[in-house]
Every structure is written in structure tokens, then in C-alpha cells.
Design a protein around this ligand. Structure first.
Ligand code: ZN
Length: 134
């Protein structure tokens, strides 16, 4: 339970989306957020709706996040219907970008990941040829 709370807390810190830093683990607002997250994760079968990342074990669950499908900055609500399970990579990548449907988001974000992969393979892969010339 404590680890779950820490994960929620670190998620808020990581995303910078929390209005205030949670310091009281028994704070009712914190408990409600944990209950809400558990409900959304269960509904989505502990899988990222964008990339199918499986967060069903403890180690992998730590990288799950709650995404506001319609971003709060665009008027998205806290209703369950607007909340989806996302891995932290997808949650970060999606940011405040707005999509019409989850299916559309999956396609576009898949393209972004493919572009990232090309950048990785060209520049950062241990097997990439990196010039030593200045
Ligand atoms: Zn994902």
C-alpha cells in the first residue's frame, strides 16, 4: 500500500500535474486518487490503451499512469469516461495533445515512436556508427 502511494506521489511529481505535494498518506484526497486509479487500471485490464504496455505486475504497474484523454488544459474532466490507463512513456508523449479517438491516438503515437526509434538507431544505439571527428 505504501509503495502504491509512493508511486502515485512520484507520478504526480514526475508529471508536475499535482496542484500540491501530497505529504499526508492518509489524506482523503490521496486515498480517493488511489481508489480512482485502481478503478481505471482494472477497467483497462492494466494495459496502456495507446501501446498495450502490460502493467499487471508490481514492477510494471509502477510505470502506469492515468491519462486525461481530453487534456485538462482543453477542458477535459475528471470523469472516469475521460480517464484512461497509459504507460508513463505514452502519457508523457501524449502530453496535452488532443485526439478525437483512442484509435487515432494509437496510430499517431505509433508514428512518433517510429520516428524516435529512427533517431535512436541513427544516433544513440550502441551499434550506431558515431563519428569521432570534431
Ligand atoms: Zn504506452
Amino acid at each position: 500500500m505504501i509503495q502504491g502511494l509512493l508511486s502515485v506521489w512520484s507520478y504526480f511529481l514526475w508529471t508536475g500535474k499535482q496542484e500540491r505535494v501530497v505529504r499526508d498518506w492518509s489524506d482523503m484526497a490521496t486515498i480517493k486518487i488511489v481508489e480512482r486509479n485502481a478503478r481505471i487500471f482494472a477497467r483497462d485490464n492494466f494495459h496502456c490503451v495507446y501501446c498495450d504496455y502490460d502493467g499487471s505486475t508490481f514492477e510494471r504497474w509502477r510505470y502506469l499512469a492515468i491519462d486525461h484523454f481530453i487534456p485538462r488544459a482543453s477542458g477535459g474532466t475528471e470523469d472516469d469516461a475521460n480517464l484512461v490507463t497509459a504507460c508513463m512513456d505514452c502519457n508523457f508523449m501524449k502530453g496535452s495533445f488532443r485526439f478525437a479517438t483512442v484509435a487515432e491516438a494509437r496510430v499517431q503515437m505509433g508514428k512518433w515512436v517510429a520516428q524516435e526509434r529512427q533517431i535512436f538507431e541513427r544516433n544513440f544505439s550502441p551499434t550506431a556508427v558515431v563519428s569521432t571527428e570534431p
